[in-house]
Design a protein around this ligand. Sequence first.
Ligand code: SF4
Length: 496
Amino acid sequence: MFSTLLLAWYDAHRRSLPFRGTRDPYRIWISEIMLQQTRTETVAGYYRRFLERFPDVFSLAGAPEQDVLKCWEGLGYYSRARNLHKTAKIIAEQYGGQFPRNRDALRALPGVGDYTAAAVASIAFDLPEPAMDGNLTRVLSRFHGIREDVGMPSVKRRLADLARQDMPPVRCGDFNQALMDLGATVCVPGTPDCAACPLRPLCDAFRAGDADLLPVKAAAKPPKEVQLSVALVLCHGRILVQQRKEALLNGLWVYPLIEASTPAGIEKALKSQGVSACYREKLGDARHVFTHRVWQMTIHLLTAEEPACREGQFVSLREMDALPMPTAVRSAREQARTLLTPAFPEDFDLAAAAAVYAQSWQQAHKAHCSDDFIRQHDAAHMEMILRGHRGDGNRVFAITVGPSTEGVLVIDPRENELVSLYLHPSAQHAGIGRAAVRFAIRQLDEQRDMKVTNLRANTAARTLYAACGFTRIVATKTLDPQRDLQEETRVRPGRY
Ligand code: SF4
């Protein structure tokens, strides 16, 4: 009677969900793992993208774990993704790509608990296994009038036995899904909508009038609060990230998470990891709630001169975006993205920019010029050159990343010319030069040919301009014919 009423209701009222309507155990398994601890609406998009990226168990088994974690990014509970990967390897290698057709063998797979094993067994193979999730527990405890703590193992077993008794000989998967849907839409937590329920004529809690008090659950322990400092350590356009080795968020990338909260304490903790960083400022607060713990975070900005560290690595903005990072550091990551995005102020500290200009210029020219000539181009000399550019009507910009000046950019709008682009040697190959060229193009007339001047031997500059869509039209003149050093080139900006 129970199952007849339930399945008739399900046939008329089942939810339309993207992961329904399949008997493919791979798809059912993926959706059930995703649905653990995660809302159905959130899962829908992830499920589609995950299957596009890993359409079958072999594609998942053959992927690097970092790719699986990246695809899982934002769903949380990342051990699920790692276990999915492990299980896919087992199914591919030990089962020839076929999921086992019995609950115990499914239950033995990594990350597959009682619920998931029963869901796959019943939905894919129509085996009579009740998938005891929160919905089934609530509906069955109300229906059968179970008024004991549903967290107790003996009560759990009793509910599972009752479900098994109620289960029909066929349509076992539909029976489980019908209870899930009834629990999600009618027999909801708090006050259920008994008027819409097909089980009302037989329901114990409805008869007793205490449905809103069921199921009985012991009060959960409040999660433990942990205070952490998140250190955003910038070093010439790159930021320090570390891969977690701890069980929580294992394998994911985060910024250094430090227990100390004072500037000196944070610097000291970083020093112990081989990072020599200077504290700059506090950027804000963030909070992330896990099941059993809460991270109360304060985000701090520091800068380092050398990208040295024993744990982790300094990465560019693009590299950071390619790493799997947990939602727990989303706020810090947004701050990091803002910090790592280059800016081009025209009003800036000329001395600081001249010092970087000198370093960069000296590095670029040392192979071709005498030591004396190199020494002459010190910060004071470069400051004079920058003042000269301004006096000549050129526009001079600093290239800044976060709080640091990383280079200078000079353009001449009258000649439609990119006159100078110099970056701190450590800030090169981090996407900053490309951002600077794009900025320069926007300041100039994109419809006309442009002029750039650079060292003939400077292949890095040529590569950069080519990457930004410049097509070389003609080298108009060699500025220093004796040493064959510099040439002016007319270029046409293309798509970039
Ligand atoms: S009658 Fe009410 S309490 Fe009983 S199963 Fe239906 S919705 Fe839940």
